[in-house]
Design a binder for this molecule. Structure first.
Ligand SMILES: [Mg+2]
Length: 370
């Protein structure tokens, strides 16, 4: 079985509710779907959702890097040669992890479909039976968020993630109101997406938040300030997670050397796909760091890939892969795997979701106009 063709299909996924984080607002999510066909007629799908604030890539660069740089070098290779495929990609171009992830995911999907097994069976088999789905509260009015949180607890949710980082006083008010609304036994995690900038800027907020008993605080300060994370970790009892600050293995080595956090948020789009994600998880296990699998808000394809990594790995203790629940239209049917507030992976071959090719055609965009 050899890779015969790699097709690049840029699409725009309509979001149910605009997604607001500290540095941007999104109404639709641009995404690059990769369709990989083998000489045996097997087809696999991958996806790359670029976040220029995190990896420096855009929809256009992902398309161009795959078409011009990566795909031509991979034609003729076996899609199961993951170590070699990544070596070829890494020698061809530095970084560009989202473009590489789209290829990597398509290779796993097509290989697993050809072998007739779910992707997690290529990763050591299933470890977790299910994961709780964390409800994400976007940045909004404190009383609205508190109401939303109370409603979700009634629906059975046991954990919340709050996006913060606009204004420290506002952040505090929102988090305290949500805690009061849901009581002491519900997990609350907060993600500042670098919004508190420096360790000096976030120290008092983190101390003020200690009575709220957060599960963890994610990326309070600038991504590259690993020493600042270390300084914060020494001064608080609230666990700290690094997200934007960890893309690839070199980042994680640096984090481990500095003992800079308690948890890391691994995203396939930041590290280059399933294969490098598994390597990060092994490094984290050696260092005693908990892992979460997150996403850039991806369709069924990218979200399924993240779930397969999570379901195969003991070191992964939480997942944040709710893309399929956020779109009004999707290219696959992974939403069926969510039996809220839990998510369970199907056992069907490949990524485990059926791809709607007509929907991909319908959502196709002209990349030049984006
Ligand atoms: Mg984050």
């Amino acid at each position: 079985m050899r890779i015969a063709s790699i097709e690049v299909l840029p699409i725009e996924l309509p979001l149910e509710v605009p997604f607001v984080i500290s540095y941007a607002t999104y109404d639709t999510m641009p995404s690059v779907i990769v369709k990989l066909t083998t000489d045996t007629g097997h087809v696999g799908y991958g996806e790359g959702v670029a976040d220029e604030h995190v990896t420096g890539e855009s929809l256009q660069t992902v398309c161009a890097v795959i078409e011009e740089t990566l795909a031509p070098r991979l034609i003729g290779m076996h899609p199961n040669q993951m170590e070699r495929i990544h070596e070829v990609m890494n020698r061809a171009i530095l970084d560009n992890p989202t473009a590489k992830a789209a290829i990597d995911i398509a290779c796993y999907d097509v290989t697993a479909r050809a072998y007739g097994v779910p992707v997690y069976d290529l990763l050591g088999g299933r470890y977790h039976e299910e994961f709780p789905v964390t409800h994400v509260l976007s940045i909004g009015e404190p009383k609205d968020l508190a109401q939303e949180a109370r409603r979700k607890v009634e629906e059975g949710y046991t954990s919340f993630k709050m996006k913060v980082g606009y204004d420290v006083a506002d952040d505090l008010k929102r988090i305290q109101m949500v805690r009061r609304a849901v009581g002491p036994h519900i997990a609350i995690r907060i993600d500042a997406n670098q919004g508190w900038q420096t360790s000096a800027g976030s120290m008092q907020t983190i101390h003020a938040l200690e009575p709220v008993e957060l599960d963890w605080i994610e990326q309070p300060i600038r991504a590259r300030d690993i020493s600042g994370m270390r300084a914060l970790k020494e001064k608080t009892r609230t666990p700290l997670m690094i997200d934007e600050g960890i893309c690839h293995a070199d980042d994680l080595r640096h984090i481990i050397e500095k003992d800079a956090c308690d948890k890391i948020n691994i995203k396939l789009m930041k590290c280059g796909g399933i294969f490098p994600a598994m390597k990060l998880i092994h490094m984290a296990e050696m260092a005693g760091l908990d892992c979460q699998i997150g996403s850039m808000v991806e369709s069924s394809i990218g979200s399924a890939a993240g779930l397969h990594v999570g379901f195969a790995s003991k070191q992964v203790t939480s997942v944040e892969l709710t893309g399929p629940l956020k779109f009004t239209e999707d290219v696959g049917d992974l939403a069926d795997a969510y039996n809220l507030p839990m998510v369970r992976l199907p056992e069907t071959p490949g990524l485990g979701c059926t791809i709607d090719e007509a929907k991909i055609d319908e959502l196709l965009i002209d990349r030049v106009l984006v």
